[in-house]
Design a protein around this ligand. Structure first.
Ligand code: PMP
Length: 357
């Protein structure tokens, strides 16, 4: 009695295994996730309040500080995609009735305009033509005229390909007590970002582009000034999910940990791995150093490349003498066929020493 026979039956579509074709994702994102990131996501689940998981969260924060070039402890991952980062930035940095100047040269400025209005902001749109960027002069004039609480800029405008410079902007903002909010969803990891040196107060990014993880974790930071803005709010943050007082408390910002919402366990394993990969990748692109394996005669490889392929590669120098080879990929020579020739010369040289089959 009281039981109902279900009228909606299970879908036949789910009887067959999931179909996922293999695709090379060469658009503006998502990019393919790194296989190591995908592997990390298959590790066993931990509880979201377990100490070993807190250790992983700490390691993620260390990786984020490096990636953002900040010593601010107010870094974390917002659960969700880039839009979640964007909404967290606006919901926390702007109060109803406050003015935000939005750098608007493509779709992302338009999105922030929409969001800021939803959170009761007084939005001033600072427009440039599509594909253009704002000059420091344009920005200074807008700050002078509107004296906004918040300035928003998008570093990498993925709808047009424009790269907005951030140099000098924070100094101009600080004259008026303006908080600088920056979108780096499409740029972080690909072009320089210096959170502290550029005085960025609030920054959000995305996981599925340069960071090469699946979508679902938005890297986020507040500077000390950004945190002060949060703590000095007169009104409660209108969104529970994006309230940084609560999310930050889960990430240890206030030297304890309280449950806000379940951490995205597997997603954050993947981010831990992605940050480890990025941290190991920060090398000079024009001169590539390659470790000489144990037992290999590096000089014979160099000689063989020159004698047989007419290609110059170099051994180490100073502290790296005898330990590495150095391969330049510079200007006119930075071509795929040249890289392939160098690899062929290396393979041949290593085969001669029976290091390779
Ligand atoms: N900002 C920029 C610059 C973007 O390129 C994107 C994604 N294309 C977003 C924000 C929004 O990110 P998401 O789609 O991950 O929510």
């Amino acid at each position: 009695p009281g039981e109902i026979t279900p009228e909606i039956t299970a879908s036949k579509l789910l009887d067959t295994p999931i179909q996922v074709p293999s695709r090379l994702l060469m658009g503006p994102g998502p990019a393919n996730a790194h296989p190591r990131v995908l592997a990390a996501q298959t590790l066993p689940l931990l509880g979201h309040m377990h100490p070993p998981f807190f250790t992983i969260m700490n390691e993620i924060q260390d990786g984020l500080k490096y990636l953002f070039q900040t010593s601010s402890k107010y870094v974390l991952l917002i659960s969700g995609t880039g839009h979640a980062g964007m909404e967290a930035a606006i919901a926390n940095m702007l109060e109803p009735g406050e003015t935000i100047v939005v750098g608007n040269n493509g779709i992302w400025g338009a999105r922030v305009t929409d969001l800021a209005a939803r959170y009761g902001g007084n939005v001033v749109s600072l427009d440039t033509e599509a594909g253009g960027t704002l000059s420091l002069k344009d920005i200074q004039a807008a700050l002078e005229q509107h004296k906004p609480t918040v300035l928003f800029l998008c570093q990498g405008e993925s709808s047009t390909g424009a790269h907005q410079s951030l140099a000098g902007v924070a100094e101009a903002c600080q004259v008026h007590g303006t908080v600088l909010v920056v979108d780096t969803v499409c740029s972080l990891g690909a072009v320089p970002f210096y959170g502290d040196a550029w005085g960025v107060d609030c920054m959000y990014s995305g996981s599925q582009k340069v960071i090469s993880a699946p979508p679902g974790a938005a890297p986020f930071m507040l500077s000390e000034r950004g945190l002060k803005k949060l703590l000095n709010r007169k009104t409660k943050v209108a969104s529970y999910n994006f309230d940084l007082n609560l999310i930050g408390d889960y990430w240890g910002w206030f030297d304890k940990r309280s449950y806000h919402a379940t951490g995205m366990i597997s997603m954050w394993y993947g981010m831990r791995e992605a940050l480890a990969i990025i941290s190991a990748e920060d090398r000079l692109v024009s001169v590539n150093t390659i470790k000489v394996p144990e037992g290999v005669n590096w000089a014979a490889v160099v000689k063989n490349a020159m004698d047989k392929y007419n290609v110059e590669i170099a051994g180490g120098l100073g502290p790296t003498a005898g330990k590495v080879w150095r391969v330049g990929i510079m200007g006119y020579n930075a071509k795929l066929e040249n890289v392939e020739l160098v690899i062929a010369a290396f393979k041949d040289g290593l085969k001669q020493q029976e290091f390779l089959q």
